[in-house]
Write a protein that binds this ligand. Structure first.
Ligand SMILES: Cc1cc2nc3c(=O)[nH]c(=O)nc-3n(C[C@H](O)[C@H](O)[C@H](O)COP(=O)(O)OP(=O)(O)OC[C@H]3O[C@@H](n4cnc5c(N)ncnc54)[C@H](O)[C@@H]3O)c2cc1C
Ligand SMILES: NC(=O)c1ccc[n+]([C@@H]2O[C@H](COP(=O)([O-])OP(=O)(O)OC[C@H]3O[C@@H](n4cnc5c(N)ncnc54)[C@H](OP(=O)(O)O)[C@@H]3O)[C@@H](O)[C@H]2O)c1
Length: 468
């Protein structure tokens, strides 16, 4: 028997509205999962600070990985419906844009999918010199990200140092070593192509702090540097590979991927510098200790040789120097704190329980997180699909207890944008920019697209006569 005093069970909103902040893979997989849900129809706005969707697929995946970019055919699917999932680009949430609190008034739930965009530092002297960049900034430059149009990296010296042993380090080494003609067939903007054509780079030194058995890059990426035309790959391993890296002093695992890497690296140990125009040097067991230069510009990198003791990197004090006019540290990223949400400073992520944002282990009502800002900066594009599905499952479980959206009208958000001087870019606007980039690709010849660089030029292209 139900007592007249028993509380009414919570009722889910009739048509919940969800804002997804970030139109990278995790945000778009989350939108797709919401759309696919048969729990209840949900209206979704995917908000991004850029006028273009796809996050790091557009501004991280290397330009010469053309096939990889075809994943956008999958990622764009939620927008095909035209009404339930809307794209609202050119909208920054947080500092300099629309405050999160304001957004919350319009949505029952917010999924944060803002990625990890901050470069980590090595914390060594000389990092501030001109010519020293984090991989985020450098990759943004060659991918034509509007924030990095003016980076102008110095490609006028023969030597370059790339620090790190992940796939990003190999992407950067490959792009710098690849010939200009091959890069012309990619989507790099014209100013990047022109800089690569003028490039004086001959020796790309990849500095790896541990041994060949500890690298994080994958065999597929490693093979690609071996396959580059007119490039010699030289392995500087102090004879470790020949001695056999299963040496327990290495402390690394030798799973299938590592074995493939080791086989490949071992086969390259006999390579010698030949007549190739460019060389990629893989230096193992070395850590940069300082960057040196003059007139405020980097000229060389001093590295220290390491040994691995009990699985830990220990410097020997023995130093070597590589001449370099450009230094890129590809040592990982950190997420940016989101004002109004808890933040785990140590790991650079928003703390969550399977995607429910938590403060001191207590869920923050209506706040969810997915992708790199949830897990940290690791994992390939596909990893974000399972991650987004997990987050959306949590949100759907919570439907009945989501906070009220104070604004009943779905379009009321546009008035708030206007209040904050924000002019959103719609999906049709983006399609205008997309069409312009495809046209530029045809004009260059042999490129699927050429990116429009610079925020103003992107917005102009968006606002050209609508394709629709
Ligand atoms: C250099 C590089 C190359 C890579 N290459 C590959 C590859 O070849 N293959 C592969 O499988 N994986 C690759 N990855 C990994 C892959 O890109 C990531 O797994 C994936 O992009 C992470 O998705 P995300 O949605 O969490 O973040 P992101 O892709 O970074 O998307 C975050 C989005 O949030 C937006 N945003 C951020 N802050 C705000 C804000 N305040 N307001 C509004 N919007 C905001 C950003 O503009 C961006 O669009 C690469 C990663 C890097 C760094
Ligand atoms: N083609 C592709 O599929 C592709 C392309 C690009 C990126 N991605 C993915 O994107 C993710 C991010 O890639 P990532 O390369 O940025 O990260 P990553 O794979 O985590 O590699 C980071 C590298 O930086 C090194 N490092 C960290 N701190 C250092 C320090 N202080 N000094 C020297 N070295 C340091 C690490 O060495 P230790 O191991 O010794 O810590 C590691 O080798 C990865 O999951 C990657 O697979 C995929």
């Amino acid at each position: 028997m139900t007592s007249s005093l028993s509380p009414t069970p919570p009722v889910p909103p009739e048509r919940p509205r969800v804002a997804v902040i970030g139109a990278g893979p995790s945000g778009l997989y989350a939108a797709a999962a919401l759309l696919a849900s048969d729990v209840t129809p949900v209206d979704v706005d995917v908000i991004d600070r850029l006028p273009a969707p796809y996050g790091l697929v557009r501004y991280g995946v290397a330009p010469d990985h053309v096939k990889m970019k075809s994943v956008i055919r999958v990622l764009q699917r939620p927008f095909a419906d035209g009404s339930r999932v809307r794209f609202l680009g050119n909208v920054t949430v947080g500092e300099g844009g629309i405050p999160l609190d304001v957004l919350r008034e319009h949505y029952h739930a917010v999924i944060h999918a803002t990625g990890s965009s901050l470069d980590r530092d090595l914390g060594i002297p000389g990092e501030e010199l001109a010519g020293s960049h984090g991989s985020g900034a450098f990759v943004s430059w060659y991918c034509g990200h509007p924030d990095a149009t003016l980076l102008n990296p110095l490609l006028d010296a023969e030597g370059v140092v790339v620090v790190g042993a992940g796939n990003v380090a190999l992407d950067i080494a490959r792009v710098l070593a690849r010939g200009h003609a091959e890069m012309a067939a990619t989507d790099v903007p014209d100013h990047v192509l022109a800089a690569l054509e003028r490039s004086a780079v001959r020796d790309v030194h990849v500095v790896i702090r541990r041994g060949p058995q500890h690298v994080r890059f994958t065999p597929a990426e490693l093979r690609q540097i071996g396959d580059l035309d007119d490039v010699d790959v030289l392995v500087h391993d102090d004879g470790i590979l020949e001695a056999g890296v299963e040496d327990p002093a290495g402390g690394g695992n030798t799973d299938r991927r590592q074995r493939q890497n080791i086989e490949m690296l071992t086969s390259w140990t006999s390579n010698v510098a030949g007549t190739a125009s460019r060389r990629i040097h893989l230096h193992f067991l070395r850590s940069p200790v300082r960057l040196e230069g003059s007139d405020g510009r980097v000229e060389r990198v001093v590295v220290q040789r390491n040994v691995i003791r009990d699985g830990r990197v220990v410097g020997t004090g023995e130093e070597e120097t590589y001449d370099a006019g450009l230094v890129v540290r590809a040592i990982g990223y950190s997420g940016e704190p989101i004002p109004g949400l808890p933040f785990d400073e140590e790991n650079g992520v928003v703390p969550s329980d399977g995607g429910r944002v938590v403060r001191d282990a207590v869920p923050v009502p209506g706040a969810y997180v997915t992708g790199w800002i949830k897990r940290g900066p690791t994992g390939v594009i596909g990893t974000n699909k399972h991650d987004a599905i997990e987050t959306v499952e949590k949100l759907l479980e919570d439907l009945a207890t989501l906070p009220e959206a104070r604004r009943a009208d779905r379009d009321a958000i546009f008035d708030r944008f206007a209040e904050y001087g924000v002019e959103p870019v719609t999906w049709d606007d983006w399609l205008n920019l997309d069409a312009e980039e495809i046209r530029l690709g045809e004009a260059r010849g042999g490129a699927e697209r050429v990116k429009v660089a610079g925020l103003d030029a992107m917005l102009d292209a968006c606002r050209a006569t609508s394709v629709g």
